[in-house]
Design a protein around this ligand. Structure first.
Ligand code: HEM
Length: 254
């Protein structure tokens, strides 16, 4: 039976465990990012058009359920990705030191930031919003902290949408295209310079999204995160800068 080969070298890079983890990683990844795009492209503009009563009902019944799938899909994506990383890097240190390293570590930098934004910013702030909404549905007053919490969650959610474009590029790039940029020893040039530039670009956007540079309404946040269409456009610009400057100019070995 051909499927039995899944048990050959089960725990190795070429084995079945990495393959099953890869499958579950992408499956949970589409559940996570699918809901992220639903929140940003469908729910937010639709809720802006609902009456306050209808919006509160929808938060209570729809958003609450969606957030369960959203945060646990994010956790499952991370755990399966982490399992793959463990298998590859314990099998061979080349995975991080050769051309695959800068590619997957760039993807993981954005993926792990997105996970942190889900669990440490979006979810706690949405709990404040939904608790306040439920108080209102029961005839009480809104929590004065609700608008501030909604804004914090919204900025982190837009940052995740923005990062997702670059994140997914490097997830798929690692096994399918990054090798074309390497030399005969599977190595790249100027790796340290590349990491410094990527970290600076990452820190700038995440610090803005958290309100650490000029507050939640900083000029960058208003320009890039207020309108979801602009988030998509600037998300592609950001990917282009990281990819073309990073890979075509800095890392490319030949
Ligand atoms: C949260 C942290 C994440 C970690 C630690 C992680 C880790 C990894 C690793 C180690 C790989 C294997 C790369 C290789 O082929 O050598 C990978 C591939 C991949 N990841 Fe992630 N990932 C994360 C988030 C995500 C997210 C959010 C998505 C969204 C869909 C995603 C989608 C993918 C895809 C599509 C692949 C490529 C599968 C293939 O080429 O066969 N990852 N990831």
């Amino acid at each position: 039976m051909t499927l039995a080969v899944i048990f050959d070298n089960f725990f190795k890079s070429s084995g079945g465990l990495q393959f099953v983890a890869r499958w579950l990683h992408v499956l949970s990844g589409i559940a996570w990012i699918g809901l992220l795009y639903f929140f940003n492209f469908v729910q937010t503009p639709a809720y802006a058009e609902l009456t306050p009563g209808a919006r509160n009902e929808a938060f209570d019944k729809l958003t609450w359920r969606a957030l369960w799938w959203f945060r646990w899909a994010a956790m499952a994506t991370f755990l399966m990705g982490f399992a793959m990383l463990g298998i590859y890097s314990s099998d061979s240190s080349d995975y991080i030191t050769k051309y695959t390293g800068p590619s997957i570590l760039t993807g993981i930098l954005f993926g792990v930031t997105m996970l942190g934004n889900v669990w440490m910013v979006i979810w706690p702030n949405q709990q404040i919003v939904i608790a306040s909404v439920r108080k209102q549905l029961a005839g009480g007053e809104a929590d004065p902290a609700q608008p501030g919490a909604a804004k914090k969650g919204a900025r982190a959610s837009r940052a995740n949408t923005f990062f997702s474009i670059t994140m997914l590029w490097f997830m798929v790039f690692t096994s399918h295209f990054a090798g074309r940029y390497a030399d005969a020893n599977n190595e790249l040039n100027n790796v340290a310079i590349y990491y410094v530039i990527v970290l600076a670009l990452w820190a700038f956007v995440e610090a803005n999204a958290l309100g650490l540079i000029g507050g939640l309404d900083s000029p960058f946040n208003k320009l890039v995160f207020d309108d979801h269409k602009k988030t998509i456009i600037y998300g592609f610009v950001y990917w282009a800068v990281i990819f073309f400057v990073g890979w075509e100019v800095i890392l490319k070995a030949s």
